[in-house]
Ligand binder design. Structure first.
Ligand code: SF4
Ligand code: SF4
Length: 443
């Protein structure tokens, strides 16, 4: 098992929007709902071009156990079902809905009947809620704990350690009632021994609100965490809140833990209280090219260009657009791409801030290894990748890399380490898939 410790780096917070109360944007003319905006099997269309839909209506049902349904986020007409290229350069089907501008709610939405754990899990599944901190893993699957397995802790992730992003911080402040109800549902139906809410100590207002909210709730503790990146990484958070280490190749549940993002908990509560599934998302819009940085509530499927327009457009040419935070987000090739369930930020940077420093040769300083939360060896990954040596990559445990970007951040030679880590991980994955296919072929 890779050596684990509390490492990381101090990154500039740049939480300019922490006081920005989220506001709903003017509904876009159309939305583009990807059917693969979660981990697992794509959702399957339940509508066809020409169908009229309203907000909250099911437009695609889950495509398997690990999957999630998709609901209309505007009222209007299904225009087409497209194949589009995703940010990860894969193909996904997408349902494009032309808005009628009325934003009418689907009239048949009713709160689900939740009376026990199975009906709670079923409701979470139907809500379309996935990990809203960016991971997008279907939440119902995470909560569907096998009979006999004890959940010691549910950890609610409010760390929000990436620079710029304040959407989760706003959940503590603006959705306290839903958060309280969501925690109550988890205590009642998942029955963990305790719930720990982890918040980085640079979010004073969120900590204050959460402490007040839960002061009289038994078995719930609010924990202030050092603001060190990547404090919100799942394994890092588990370690900082419980001192438990998730063994290599194991899941948090193997050490009795489930981690849920704070906005995910609020979204579950909203569905169970109102019957309205996940159709909108609070997004932090910021960066040096953005005119009026803000937290905006947008219908899922809104195109990036419409979100930036709602933030006053650009004050400088956007040289780089990132979906997510600057450490782990994805660079977007254009602004036609839609907001997904897991999108928590859109950042646009001017030429100066977008400049990529030139790489210089490695000086073997070891900083990348020292600062890596898992004590991995990124320069060695790079060498094995160049030599096309998947066996070496396996030995070096490249698969454990969580792509947090700490190694690249601390490298004095400005080596593009995390990008190479990604390529190396893909090389190992392809190698293992090929090996498995050959083994299956040969019986
Ligand atoms: S990106 Fe991977 S190798 Fe680099 S610090 Fe993070 S976990 Fe370690
Ligand atoms: S931090 Fe950069 S220069 Fe130092 S060992 Fe790692 S790759 Fe080399």
């Amino acid at each position: 098992m890779a050596f684990f410790r509390m490492p990381g780096v101090k990154v500039p917070h740049r939480k300019h929007t922490s006081n920005s109360i989220p506001s709903r944007i003017t509904p876009p003319e159309e939305v583009c709902l990807l059917l693969s905006m979660h981990i697992g099997a794509p959702a399957i269309p339940a509508v066809k071009p020409g169908d009229k839909v309203k907000i909250g209506q099911l437009v695609a049902k889950e495509g398997g156990y690990v999957s999630s349904p998709v609901h209309a986020s505007v009222s209007g007409t299904v225009k087409r079902i497209d194949d589009i290229t995703t940010a990860a350069n894969t193909l996904s089907k997408a349902i494009v809905i032309q808005s009628d501008g009325l934003m009418e709610k689907y009239e048949f939405l009713t709160p689900p009947q939740v009376t026990d754990r199975p009906s709670f899990i079923q409701a979470v599944k139907e809500s379309g809620v996935v990990g809203l901190g960016g991971a997008a893993f279907p939440t119902a699957v995470k909560l569907n704990v096998k009979e006999g397995v004890t959940v010691e802790e549910i950890i609610i992730n409010g760390a929000e350690c990436e620079p710029y992003i304040t959407a989760d911080t706003r959940t503590f402040i603006d959705r306290a009632d839903e958060l309280l109800y969501g925690v109550d549902l988890l205590l009642k139906y998942i029955q963990p021994k305790r719930i720990i809410i982890g918040i980085e100590n640079n979010k004073k207002e969120a900590i204050q609100k959460a402490k007040k909210l839960f002061e009289s709730v038994k078995d719930v503790a609010v924990r202030e965490l050092p603001s060190v990146y990547p404090q919100g990484g799942e394994k890092v958070l588990i370690y900082s809140t419980t001192k438990k280490i998730v063994p290599e190749g194991k899941l948090p549940l193997d050490v009795g833990v489930i981690v849920l993002n704070v906005t995910t908990v609020a979204a579950i509560a909203r569905y169970i209280r109102t019957g309205m599934p996940l159709t909108e998302k609070c997004i932090t819009v910021d960066g040096s090219a953005v005119n009026a940085p803000a937290n905006l509530i947008v219908p899922i499927g809104t195109r990036i260009k419409d979100v930036f327009a709602a933030a006053g457009g650009f004050k400088a040419d956007p040289e780089k657009i990132i979906m997510g935070g600057p450490m782990m987000g994805h660079s977007m090739p254009d602004t036609e791409y839609p907001v997904m369930k897991g999108t928590n930020a859109l950042l646009a940077f001017d030429k100066k801030d977008a400049e990529i420093p030139e790489e210089t040769p490695c000086i073997n300083c070891g900083s990348c290894i020292q600062r890596c939360p898992l004590h991995l060896d990124p320069p060695a990954f790079g060498k094995a990748y160049m030599l096309k040596d998947p066996k070496a990559l396996e030995k070096l445990k490249v698969n454990l890399c969580m792509e947090c970007g700490v190694c690249s951040y601390v490298c004095p030679a400005k080596r593009h380490l995390v990008q190479r880590n990604r390529l190396a991980k893909n090389m190992l994955k392809e190698h293992n898939e090929k090996k498995k296919a050959e083994e299956n072929k040969n019986g």
